[in-house]
Design a protein around this ligand. Structure first.
Ligand SMILES: [Zn+2]
Length: 347
C-alpha cells in the first residue's frame, strides 16, 4: 500500500495532487469546434494560478483573477471529498468566523482556422504557488475541427475591384507588412470580456469567409463580416483594448486595429473618419470612427474582422450572450425595403 502510494505520487504528483498539498486546477476545453469559430478554454481554482496554453504552435499566457469571494456559512460542515489535513498553516484563513471560499478564474480565447481539418492537439501548463514553491502541471486534449460549407458569390464588378493597379502593388505589400507584427502580437493580459459589443446595429451584408469569384476570377475569401450602416454612423469597439493601428490602407480604407490582449485583435475598415489614434486606450463600446466607403468598396458599410492569435474567426457569434462554437457562417440578411419617400430627389 505504502509502495503503491509512493509510486503513484512520483508518477502523478504533477497531475493528481493531494488536496492538502495543493489544489488541482480545473480546466475545460471543447471537444469540437467548427472551422472559423473562436472558442474558450476556461480555468478555475481556489487559489491564484497562471500558465500557458499551446494551440497550433502558438503560446498564449494566462493568469487568474479573483472572480468573487463567496462567504459561505455552511462551508464549515461542508467537508470536501479529500479530507482536509490541519497540519498546514491555516491561520490566515481563520480571520473570519465564517469561512470564505475564493474562486480564481482565467479564460483564454483560441481560434479554429477556416482550413483546419481533423484533430488538433491542445496543451496546457498550469502553475500554482504553494507554500512559496511553484508547482506546475501539464495536461492536454484533442479538439476536432468540424467542416463548414462556406457561402460563395459570383460577382460582376469593374475590373479595378479584381486587380489593383500595378503602381499600387508596392503600397499594398508595405501595408501587409505593417499589419503582420500587429497581428502576431500576443500580449499577456486579456482586456476583453464576453459577450463582445456589436460595433454597429446594422444587419449583415457580407458573411465571414465567403468565397468570392469576381468576373470568373476566384479571389481570396472574405475574412471578415460586412455590416450595414449609413455614412457617419458611430463604430464602437467590441471590447476594451489598445489602438495598435489607425491608418488609411488601400483595401480597408480608413481602418482601426484594436488589441484586446492575449492575441485577440479586432479590425474595423472603410471608415469615413477615424476618431481615435494609434496608442489610445479604448473602453468597450467607445467610438473608434464613423461608417464610410473608403478603400476598395462598392458602397458604405463596416468591414469587421476578428483575429485570434492571427487566425481570422467569425466575430458575429461573440455578440451573443453565450458563445456558440459549432455552426456555419452567419448568413447575410436581405436589405430591408427603403421607407417610401414622397419627395424623391432626382440626381
Ligand atoms: Zn468586408
Amino acid at each position: 500500500m505504502k509502495t503503491f502510494f509512493t509510486h503513484a505520487l512520483v508518477v502523478f504528483a504533477l497531475i493528481f495532487s493531494p488536496a492538502h498539498a495543493f489544489a488541482k486546477i480545473a480546466w475545460e476545453a471543447p471537444s469540437e469546434v467548427s472551422q472559423g469559430r473562436g472558442f474558450i478554454i476556461s480555468f478555475k481554482n481556489d487559489a491564484p494560478f497562471k500558465g500557458e496554453v499551446i494551440w497550433r504552435k502558438k503560446k498564449v499566457p494566462f493568469s487568474s483573477s479573483l472572480q468573487e469571494a463567496n462567504t459561505n456559512t455552511a462551508a464549515k460542515n461542508d467537508t470536501p471529498d479529500d479530507s482536509q489535513d490541519d497540519s498546514q498553516d491555516d491561520t490566515q484563513d481563520d480571520t473570519q468566523n465564517v469561512s470564505t471560499k475564493n474562486t480564481y478564474t482565467a479564460q483564454v480565447l483560441l481560434g479554429m482556422p477556416t482550413d483546419a481539418k481533423g484533430n488538433h492537439n491542445l496543451s496546457v501548463i498550469m502553475e500554482e504557488n504553494i507554500d512559496g514553491k511553484v508547482q506546475s502541471s501539464k495536461a492536454s486534449s484533442v479538439i476536432k475541427s468540424l467542416p463548414v460549407k462556406w457561402v460563395s458569390h459570383n460577382l460582376k464588378v469593374e475590373p479595378k475591384f479584381v486587380q489593383p493597379p500595378q503602381d499600387l502593388m508596392a503600397r499594398i505589400k508595405a501595408e501587409r507588412e505593417q499589419r503582420a507584427p500587429i497581428m502576431a502580437n500576443i500580449s499577456p493580459t486579456p482586456e476583453w470580456e464576453l459577450p463582445f459589443k456589436r460595433p454597429v446595429n446594422g444587419t449583415i451584408s457580407g458573411s465571414f469567409a465567403a468565397r468570392r469569384v469576381f468576373n470568373d476570377t476566384p479571389k481570396s475569401p472574405h475574412m471578415g463580416t460586412d455590416m450595414r450602416g449609413a455614412i457617419g454612423t458611430s463604430i464602437r469597439s467590441m471590447a476594451a483594448g489598445k489602438v495598435v493601428l489607425a491608418d488609411h490602407h488601400y483595401y480597408s480604407g480608413n481602418a482601426v486595429f484594436v488589441d484586446h490582449g492575449q492575441g485577440v485583435i479586432s479590425m474595423y475598415g472603410h471608415m469615413s473618419s477615424i476618431t481615435v489614434k494609434t496608442g489610445d486606450i479604448v473602453k468597450k463600446g467607445q467610438e473608434l470612427g464613423k461608417v464610410g466607403a473608403t478603400g476598395r468598396v462598392t458602397g458604405p458599410h463596416l468591414h469587421l474582422s476578428l483575429y485570434i492569435q492571427g487566425v481570422p474567426v467569425d466575430a458575429v457569434p461573440f455578440f451573443k450572450e453565450d458563445l456558440v462554437i459549432v455552426g456555419g457562417p452567419t448568413p447575410e440578411q436581405a436589405r430591408p425595403p427603403e421607407p417610401k419617400q414622397k419627395n424623391k430627389q432626382k440626381k
